[in-house]
Structures are given as C-alpha cells and as structure tokens.
Design a protein around this ligand. Structure first.
Ligand code: G3P
Length: 216
C-alpha cells in the first residue's frame, strides 16, 4: 500500500466551486504523473462535481451522525456516497465531535461503505479513536495548523508516540509546507500526510504538490 497525501480543501475560497475543480484537476495530474496516492477532502456542495471530473478519491470533510430520514440541514453518509465520495474525514479539530457522535458517524460511514479518516490532536486522543477502527488516523496538534512549522519538525514525538500506539495507519498533519516536512513525517513512521494551506494557498500548488509527491 502506497503512502498517502490527503489534501484538505477546507472552505478556503481558493478551493471551492470552480477554484476547487481547478485544484482537484491539479492534484489529479500530479497523482498520475508521479504515480502516487493522492486523495482530496472537499466541501460537501462540491463533492458531486469534483468526483465526476477527476479520477482521484474524493472525501467529504465531515458527515453528521444521523440517518437519512426526517432531518434538516445535516450531511448524511448515504448522500455523500451517492454524490461520489469515497470516504470521509471525521473529528477534524475545526469540526470536533463528541465521542458518542463520532462513534455513530463512523457507524453511518461504514453502513454507506465509506472509508474513514479520523483526526486526533495528540497521542491520548489517538488512543481513544483507534477503538473505532478507522482506515487512517490523522494526527494534527491544533496549535500548529496553518502555521509555518510542521508538526514533523516542531513536535516529532507527537507522531512517533502516536505510531507506537496503534497498528492503524497514521497520517501526519499540521503546518506541512514542503518536501522536507513530508520526508521527515515518513521517517517518523507516518504512512502519509494531511495537508491544507501548504497546497491550497500556495502560488504554485502543482509545483509544491509534485515535490511532496516525489518524496512520499
Ligand atoms: O486538515 C489539514 C489541516 O488541518 C492542516 O492544515 O494548513 O496546517 O496544512 P495546514
């Protein structure tokens, strides 16, 4: 199994609607050219359009722990699946869930046959969420998100300790900006990275992503 680059588009305007499609096509191009595994997590309204136009695996950024019945304004697992999603991110530090809700959201995701990537802030949270058996656990200390120092450089022990705690594949996230940060993440035992601003806000996402893909 190849190491993974998961690009979170968040709700940055640089990565939604037409801009989102453009960025998705860049990620698709890099994945093909470098023959690497790249997934993208896009805003719910963009899942259908983007998944129809690229070969990449598209994830929802979140689903709600609700059944498809009388609910208003929720994002349901079954719907994101029908719209083309391959999986979902859950419990991102910008969209935290109570453990009970997280557990139910994972159950809904599995029922809809979605892959699951759960975010955890640090090793003690990895210990809790590993019980839910996600496909990946993305470790991201919130204080480093969108900053200029990568977790792999600033707090390497957060990654090594997380990797020791579980057999589930760990992604390294927060502040990843360049290929050195990626290289270091893999050296620490991560099976890939979760990255956002380093790609989405870059002046040249294709170049940055290609450099990252070449070392993953
Ligand atoms: O989900 C990715 C994330 O929160 C890290 O963001 O901007 O530090 O790469 P960033």
């Amino acid at each position: 199994m190849k190491n993974l680059i998961l690009v979170n588009f968040k709700d940055y305007k640089e990565a939604s609607f037409n801009n989102g499609l453009r960025l998705a096509k860049i990620c698709d191009f890099v994945a093909k050219k470098c023959k690497k595994e790249i997934w993208i997590a896009v805003e719910a309204p963009d899942i259908y359009n983007i998944s129809k136009n690229v070969k990449l695996k598209v994830l929802a950024q979140h689903i709600d722990p609700v059944e498809a019945k009388r609910n208003t304004g929720y994002i349901e697992a079954r719907d994101v699946k029908l719209n083309g999603a391959y999986g979902t991110l859950l419990n991102h530090s910008e969209h935290k869930l109570k453990f009970k809700d997280l557990k139910n959201a994972v159950r809904m995701a599995r029922k809809a046959r979605l892959k699951v990537v759960i975010c955890a802030a640090r090793p003690n949270e990895v210990n809790k969420v590993k019980k839910l058996k996600p496909d990946y656990i993305a470790v991201e200390p919130p204080e480093l998100i969108a900053g200029n120092i990568a977790v792999s450089q600033a707090k390497p022990q957060v990654i090594t300790n997380s990797v020791k705690l579980t057999k589930i594949k760990v992604l390294c996230g927060a502040g990843i900006k360049n290929e050195n940060d990626v290289k270091k993440s893999i050296e620490l035992g991560a099976r890939g990275i979760l990255v956002s601003s380093g790609i989405v806000l870059s002046k040249n996402p294709r170049r940055v992503l290609t450099k990252m893909a070449n070392v993953i």
